[in-house]
Design a protein around this ligand. Structure first.
Ligand code: PA5
Length: 446
C-alpha cells in the first residue's frame, strides 16, 4: 500500500493543459533536485537520505534511545523549527491521544519539548514538572547557536546537574548538531556528551529523517526502520518526471493553481493526530517558498473542528485559496455509534455506524461543498497512521517542495528572511558584536 494523490477536484479551476504546460519546468526542477544543478544545491543531502541511511546509524540511534528509555521516565527534546517539528509531528501522529495523562500507556518514556518558544511560564512549569522526574535531554541545533534552544538547555542542564550531579547528568544528555561548528558542538565535546551529527548538506526543515527526528521518535518506541523504509519507497517512486511520480504531480498542480490566482494552500486533516503534521508542512513550504515576494502561503486546518470556525471563510470568503486534504483511510480501533431506544438526540439514523464513517461523510460532503464553492481540492490518501506511511508522506512532501520551489523560481533551501528578527532581537538585547545595531534601533524607538 502507498499514499495516493488525486487531482481531479482541481480541474474545474485549472485544466489538464494548464498543469501539463508546467511539466517542462517541472522536469527541469526535478532534474535540479536529483542532479544538484539548481540554487542551494549544497543542501540536497536529504534527497537520497532514505536509501543511504545505514543500518549502523539506525542501530546507534536505537541503542541510544534504549539507553535513555532505560534510565529516564521523561526525555525533553530541545529544539526549534526543523530541529523540533518533524519529531513532534510523527510522535503526535502515532501516539495515544491521552498518552500525556496516562503513565504506562504507549508513549513511555514521555517525550516533552522545549526550546521551541521563549515562554517564561512554559519553562518555569516544565522545570517544576521535572522536579521529581528521572529525566534526560536531547538537545538539537544544527547551527548550535540558536537562542531559544540555548536558553532552554542552559536551564535544564543546570537542573539535571543539580538533581543528579555532573557526572550522571552527562550520561543523560545527547546532543545533535553540526560535526564541527557551533557552541553546542564545543559544549558537547567539553562535557563528553553522546552526539549525533546533522550533515552539512541537510537543512533543518528537511532533517526529520536524520537523528534530529529519528532519536526522539525512537525514544518513544516507534519503529524508525519502518519510517525510513517508507521514505525509501517514496524516494524510488519520485525519480521520474511524469504523473506516476506523486511529488511531481503535486508540485505541478499547486503551481498551476498559484498561477491561476490561488495564493493560499490549506492543508486539511480529518484526524486530530495530524495537527502537528500540518505545522511541520507549514514550515517546510513556508520557509522554502516564501521568497522574493513570491510563494503560496501555507495554512492548515483540523477538521471537523475547524469547520465550525474557519469553515465559513473557506466556503465563502475570498476565492484565492485551494485545499490539500490528507485523508487517512483506516483507523486503528473500532468504535460504533450505539443505538438508543428513546432516541431523544435523534441520532438513531447513524446508530451502528463506525465513527469514522461519519467522519468520512463529513470529509466528502465538505470537499464537494468546497469544490462547488470555488475551492479546488487536491486529495492525498494515506492508508493508515503508521510509521511506513508517514515516512512515505514526509518524503513525498519534501521532494515535492524541492520541485515546487524550483518551478516557482526561488532557492528552496535557504531562509534569509528569518535573520531579520534575530538581528533586531540581538540589537535590543545588546548582544556583544551588535553595538551599532543597538544604537540604531534605540534611536528609532525614541
Ligand atoms: O529549517 C531551518 O533551517 C530552520 O527552521 C531551523 O531548523 C531552525 O531555525 C533551528 O535551527 P538550528 O537547528 O540551527 O537551531
Amino acid at each position: 500500500k502507498t499514499i495516493n494523490v488525486d487531482i481531479k477536484d482541481v480541474l474545474s479551476t485549472v485544466s489538464r493543459d494548464d498543469i501539463n504546460r508546467l511539466e517542462g519546468e517541472g522536469a527541469e526542477a526535478l532534474d535540479k533536485v536529483l542532479n544538484g544543478t539548481g540554487a542551494g544545491s549544497d543542501f540536497l543531502g536529504w534527497v537520497n537520505l532514505p536509501t543511504e541511511t545505514t543500518e549502523a546509524l539506525l542501530d546507534d540511534i536505537i541503542a541510544c534511545a534504549d539507553q535513555l528509555r532505560a534510565t529516564c521516565d521523561t526525555v525533553v527534546a530541545i529544539g526549534i523549527g526543523g530541529s523540533y517539528l518533524g519529531a513532534k509531528a510523527v510522535i503526535e501522529a502515532l501516539s495515544d491521544s491521552f498518552a500525556a495523562y496516562r503513565p504506562g500507556v504507549q508513549g513511555e518514556p514521555k517525550v516533552l519539548f522545549a526550546g521551541q518558544n521563549i515562554g517564561e511560564d512554559y519553562l518555569y512549569e516544565l522545570q517544576d514538572y521535572l522536579k521529581d522526574k528521572r529525566f534526560g535531554i536531547i538537545v538539537i541545533s544544527k547551527s548550535g547557536t540558536t537562542t531559544e534552544p540555548a536558553i532552554a538547555f542552559r536551564l535544564l542542564k543546570e537542573q539535571l546537574e543539580s538533581q543528579l550531579g555532573i557526572e550522571e547528568a552527562r550520561k543523560r544528555i545527547v546532543a545533535i548538531t553540526d560535526a564541527q561548528r557551533g557552541a553546542l558542538r564545543s559544549l558537547a565535546t567539553e562535557e563528553g556528551y553522546k552526539t549525533f551529527v546533522i550533515a552539512d548538506n541537510v537543512g533543518g526543515r528537511f532533517s526529520v529523517l536524520t537523528p534530529v527526528g529519528l532519536l526522539p521518535i525512537a525514544v518513544v518506541g516507534y519503529d524508525i526502520r519502518a519510517l525510513i523504509d517508507g521514505a525509501a519507497e517514496m524516494e524510488k517512486a519520485t525519480s521520474e518526471a511524469n504523473d506516476q511520480n506523486p511529488s511531481f504531480l503535486y508540485a505541478c498542480t499547486r503551481n498551476a493553481l498559484y498561477n491561476a490566482g490561488k495564493k493560499t494552500e490549506i492543508l486539511v486533516n480529518y484526524n486530530p493526530k495530524l495537527h502537528y503534521f500540518g505545522e511541520w508542512w507549514k514550515q517546510l513550504y513556508g520557509e522554502s517558498e516564501g521568497k522574493d515576494h513570491k510563494g503560496i502561503f501555507p495554512a492548515a486546518v483540523d477538521n471537523s473542528t475547524d469547520l465550525h470556525s474557519m469553515g465559513q471563510w473557506i466556503q465563502d470568503g475570498e476565492r484565492t485559496i485551494f485545499e490539500t486534504v490528507v485523508s487517512v483511510e483506516e483507523q486503528k480501533y473500532d468504535k460504533l455509534i450505539p443505538s438508543d431506544e428513546a432516541n431523544l438526540d435523534g441520532l438513531n439514523y447513524i446508530a451502528g455506524k463506525h465513527i469514522d464513517e461519519v467522519n468520512k461523510m463529513a470529509e466528502l460532503g465538505t470537499r464537494i461543498a468546497h469544490v462547488d464553492g470555488g475551492v479546488p481540492n487536491i486529495l492525498i490518501t494515506l492508508p493508515a497512521l503508521r510509521e511506513k506511511y508517514l515516512g512515505q508522506l514526509i518524503y513525498f512532501f519534501e521532494k515535492a517542495c524541492g520541485i515546487s520551489g524550483y518551478i516557482l523560481g526561488v532557492n528552496p533551501f535557504n531562509q534569509p528572511g528569518v535573520e531579520d528578527y534575530k538581528r533586531n532581537m540581538f540589537a535590543l538585547l545588546a548582544k556583544p558584536g551588535y553595538e551599532k545595531e543597538t544604537e540604531a534601533i534605540q534611536a528609532r524607538l525614541k
